[in-house]
Design a protein around this ligand. Structure first.
Ligand code: SF4
Length: 714
């Protein structure tokens, strides 16, 4: 037991020999073996049959444990990371049930009693992510269930498998898998727009004999907790990130604790039958946030995500520093930066997978709500993170608030320091940063509680573009409480050509900070490009999400309608009926193009260089058309009286419909040419995907809504 080979698979070979496998046994050669414990266990069981007894694989990827029974009844326990066993934070349950002979080594003989073998074996948990393929054609690495899986594996209790509908699994397929695998615990992650899938899944699962313990999480679930618990009284709802909840839930399955001890859990009555329903919703312990915790996912599903042309996602912080009125904050919490201790290791693991997919752009999408945060070390932390990513050979993207660039409460020196930081971040691999501008009109920004002004947004866009920071911006064009004057001001702001400036690499950060505040400088440095070309999705309408302050204002104004649990939102009428009609048509316009636009966006993510630029240009065609439609809408609704009457409404509806049909006819021709020009720059699979989506878009008729928007970007 003295050998210390360097690679996990080499260590596995050593461990298997210690367990009784003959010395000439070939070393495992499947690089992806370590990523999925079930595949790993199956491989060892099959290859070593007859030489070893039972096999269990436990622990997260960075501390994977192989636990192999010898024919003499003792066990070999190998920490494949090579770290000594005693450096692991062993869960309390192992104390008397798993006794290591040599805790100072990564490899030890051990005595396991049957209770330990049982705990290493059960419960079996299946964590599933839902997905509507027609809405989002290309997958994103399922970060939520992957970080929850790590927390579950950290407990060394049972087994955890992952299933993601993005990866070719239909809802029927998922139900069949649950029926076949009979997991003890089913975890489901559902986000906005997936209520129908969630309900269908829960109905199928609860119709089974002896259904599993089901826990649902994700941004949608929290918004519709009451509706779900009324309909599925046995359901458990994970209210926070899910990591703390799953660990305690596994312990609860073994009878170690009651549901009341499971953090962040909402539920109604007795969850597994047999008890009395209490008739009210319960919330057990609140989640205590561990501010130093690394947010590290398991990587079981990363190769399959790349197989389907998807992208890799990570988180370096959770929560947000702000309280925008349209953003329900309870599931997000205050901003907390994740620890970076394990990031170098994680980047190494990611690199190993990326190297198998040389056609995939080495870009990581950091899905933080607010990348920087407000801690005193925000700048140095961001630079350190960027350096780690850059040294590992990755480009990266994330989201951030505008006041991390321009803040009227801060000094000139602060702005210069920030300008230096932004340039340094670009030099360290920042590929693009998303800013939630949301409006350029002060009265709207006040209503949104963005804590920013139009002038601030203008200066931030100028600063970022002059510094050469690649950006995209989100913008809420319509909101139910807006006036026609505000809509006109919105249109004007989006069309301004003095915001997006040409990069000024020869100017110092201080000169840029000064220059952007000077109209003559802005005029001279302008690209002539309208601001809307930098906006991710144009013509977006406000979603009145359940629990948001804005939604309460809508309710107070008597404009609220039905609650739609599918989106976790409240329907809202517009204070100005004409804007309501325009917003409805704008949404139909957005929805008509959403899948195609999302395909462009997804292709942009997985490409580099000239092909990526050309995809952006194709998206620009859509943006030009959308902005023209906004102008058309304003022209039309300006001709109708503020006083609502059915005839005026019908006329407005028809006139907008005619205008939009005309715009669509023009767009068809321009887009067909753009797609035709793009195809030669793509590989076969990307070209096929674009052709399919373009055909689907061309063949679509009518104007329907797809309910696909998310809460907010930043
Ligand atoms: S909208 Fe973005 S910036 Fe505003 S509170 Fe929500 S996450 Fe934070």
């Amino acid at each position: 037991m003295e050998q210390h080979p360097h690679e996990p698979l080499a260590r596995l070979s050593v461990a298997l020999r210690s367990a009784g496998v003959r010395p000439d046994f070939p070393s495992p050669d499947r690089w992806e073996l370590l990523l999925d414990p079930a595949v790993f266990r199956g491989w060892v069981e099959q290859r070593c049959a007859g030489h070893v007894g039972r096999v269990r694989i436990a622990g997260p990827l960075d501390r994977r444990l192989a636990v192999v029974e010898r024919t003499d009844g003792r066990w070999v326990v190998a920490d494949l990371s090579g770290q000594p066993h005693r450096s692991r934070a062993w869960p309390a349950w192992t104390r008397e049930q798993l006794i290591l002979e040599d805790p100072a080594s990564w490899l030890s003989l051990a005595h396991l009693d049957e209770r330990a073998v049982w705990r290493l074996s059960r419960p079996s948990a299946l964590l599933a992510a839902l997905y509507h393929p027609e809405t989002f054609p290309l997958p994103r690495f399922p970060l939520g269930i992957s970080t929850v899986a790590r927390a579950a594996r950290d407990t060394l209790l049972g087994t955890v498998a992952l299933a993601d509908m993005q990866l070719g699994l239909s809802l029927d397929g998922l139900v069949a898998r649950i029926d076949g695998d009979r997991p003890d615990i089913l975890g489901v992650s559902a986000t906005f727009g997936q209520y129908d899938l969630l309900v269908e899944l829960l109905e199928s699962v609860y119709a089974q004999d002896d259904p599993p313990l089901v826990v649902a999480g994700g941004s949608l679930t929290l918004r519709v907790e009451r509706v779900l618990l009324d309909r599925f009284p046995s359901l458990l709802v994970a209210r926070a990130g899910g990591e703390a909840t799953i660990g305690a839930l596994l312990a609860h399955w073994h009878g170690d604790c009651g549901l009341d001890d499971v953090p962040g859990l909402g539920y109604a009555g007795a969850p597994r039958g047999g008890g009395l329903a209490v008739g009210r919703r319960r919330t057990a312990k609140p989640v205590t946030r561990d501010v130093t915790a690394d947010v590290v996912p398991e990587l079981d599903l990363l190769p399959a995500t790349f197989d389907r042309h998807g992208v890799a996602q990570l988180e370096t912080s959770r929560g947000c520093t702000s309280y925008c009125s349209f953003c329900p904050r309870d599931h997000k919490g205050s901003w907390v930066g994740a620890g970076t201790g394990r990031l170098p290791w994680l980047l190494g693991e990611l690199s190993a997978v990326f190297e198998r997919y040389p056609q995939v752009s080495r870009t990581l999408y950091l899905v933080d709500e607010e990348f920087l945060g407000r801690a005193p070390d925000a700048t140095s932390r961001a630079l350190e993170l960027a350096s780690l990513l850059h040294r590992a050979g990755f480009g990266w993207e994330s989201s951030c608030r505008v006041d991390q660039v321009v803040d009227p409460d801060q000094s000139h020196g602060w702005h210069v320091e920030r300008a230096e930081m932004w340039r340094a971040l670009v030099a360290r691999g920042l590929r693009r940063m998303l800013f939630g501008v949301e409006s350029g009109v002060d009265s709207i920004l006040d209503r949104f509680a963005k804590d920013t002004t139009g002038e601030q947004n203008l200066l931030a866009v100028r600063t970022l573009s002059a510094l050469g920071v690649p950006t995209r911006f989100t913008y809420i064009t319509f909101d139910p409480l807006m006036t026609l004057d505000e809509l006109k001001a919105t249109h004007a702001f989006q069309g301004r050509t003095d915001l997006l400036l040409a990069p000024q690499p020869d100017l110092s950060p201080a000169e840029v900070v000064r220059g952007v505040r000077d109209a003559r400088f802005a005029a001279a440095a302008g690209t002539g490009q309208p601001f809307y070309q930098g906006i991710s999705y144009l013509l977006v309408s406000m979603e009145c999400l359940i629990g948001a302050a804005y939604t309460r204002r809508v309710q107070q104004a008597g404009l609220a309608g039905a609650v739609t649990p599918s989106m976790g939102r409240v329907e809202a009428r517009y204070a100005d009926w004409r804007i309501g009609v325009a917003a409805s048509w704008a949404q139909r316009w957005v929805d008509r193009h959403f899948a195609l636009d999302y395909t462009f966006k997804s292709l942009e993510k997985v490409l580099d260089g000239a092909p990526r630029r050309q995809v952006r240009e194709a998206r620009g065609v859509l943006k030009d058309a959308s902005y023209t439609v906004l102008g058309d809408l304003i022209t039309e609704l300006d001709t109708r009286p503020l006083h609502r009457d059915p005839t005026a409404e019908a006329i407005l509806d028809v006139r907008i419909w005619q205008r939009i049909e005309n715009r669509l006819a023009l767009l068809r021709g321009v887009l067909a040419a753009a797609v035709h020009d793009l195809l030669p720059v793509f590989g076969r699979e990307h070209a096929a995907l674009l052709v399919t989506e373009h055909r689907r878009w061309s063949a679509a008729g009518g104007w329907t809504l797809i309910n696909a928007a998310d809460a907010c970007a930043s």
